[in-house]
Design a protein around this ligand. Structure first.
Ligand SMILES: C[S@@+](CC[C@H](N)C(=O)[O-])C[C@H]1O[C@@H](n2cnc3c(N)ncnc32)[C@H](O)[C@@H]1O
Length: 233
């Protein structure tokens, strides 16, 4: 009974989000004036609310795959960006979402050609490509990271993980960690942000050594950024 009510509520929210997302795209507008108003609303939505609505729709479609109720805050994204070494090689962002961390990395001075963003959702990756035309965005599963890198000789400086390891199936998480182990050099950094404030090394093998961490209270919920290096000896 309760579950049916939750499903119905989810459906209602989903329909409302879709309605707003599709505003201004109607094939048969009632009048030119009405079309003007809707397009004005849509254009303003584009700049401000579009990422939030896109994220909300993704959460409703795939809650476990997104694993968060809203995108990371500006404070969290700035904290992550500051912990990433600039000008030292390729930086890979796994699960870029609507690009809040991506934006902070670029603002912090990371050259666009040194950043590669991977996002599994086709809607979010299309949005990212539109938002950051200067970047290489790959629509794909982080599980196949090595295939995306191909024969590139670029040294990987850091892999930033925005993936919801706590809600993804264990098999997938282990597969992604294996890819990270395979690709990240010993002096490379693996950055993970998590809502687990206690800093348990969930899912990560023992040879992932934590070298830095920071708690960011200005996020909903507060989050912890963990930075690891892999001991390959
Ligand atoms: C918690 S959200 C983080 C989004 C964004 N980085 C932020 O901080 O706001 C997780 C993102 O990872 C993406 N994702 C989940 N599983 C993935 C996978 N296997 N490969 C690539 N992206 C994935 C989801 O679509 C979602 O956009």
């Amino acid at each position: 009974m309760i579950q049916r009510k939750i499903i119905k509520a989810q459906e209602l929210v989903f329909q409302s989000v879709n309605r707003v997302m599709n505003a201004g795209r109607s094939q048969n507008p009632a009048s030119p004036d009405q079309e003007k108003i809707t397009r004005w609303q849509f254009n303003n939505l584009d700049a401000k609310s579009m990422p939030l609505l896109l994220f909300a729709r993704e959460v409703l479609q795939n809650p476990r795959g997104v694993g968060a109720a809203c995108p990371s805050s500006r404070r969290l994204s700035e904290a992550v960006a500051k912990m990433v070494p600039n000008h030292q090689g390729l930086v890979i962002e796994l699960g870029a979402g609507t690009g809040i961390i991506t934006e902070a990395l670029l603002k912090n001075g990371l050259p666009p050609e040194q950043l590669l963003a991977i996002e599994k959702s086709s809607q979010l990756s299309a949005y990212l490509q539109n938002r950051f035309p200067q970047l290489k965005i790959i629509e794909g599963d982080a599980l196949h990271l090595k295939d995306f890198i191909g024969d590139s000789q670029d040294k990987i400086a850091a892999i930033i993980c925005g993936l919801p390891f706590r809600s993804l199936p264990e098999r997938i998480v282990h597969g992604i960690i294996k890819q990270v182990e395979l690709l990240l050099p010993e002096d490379g950094l693996f950055l993970q942000y998590t809502y687990d404030l206690m800093g348990m090394k969930e899912h990560l093998p023992h040879h992932f050594k934590r070298v830095a961490h920071k708690i960011v209270w200005g996020n909903l919920p507060p989050a912890r950024v963990n930075v690891y290096q892999i001991d390959k000896t």
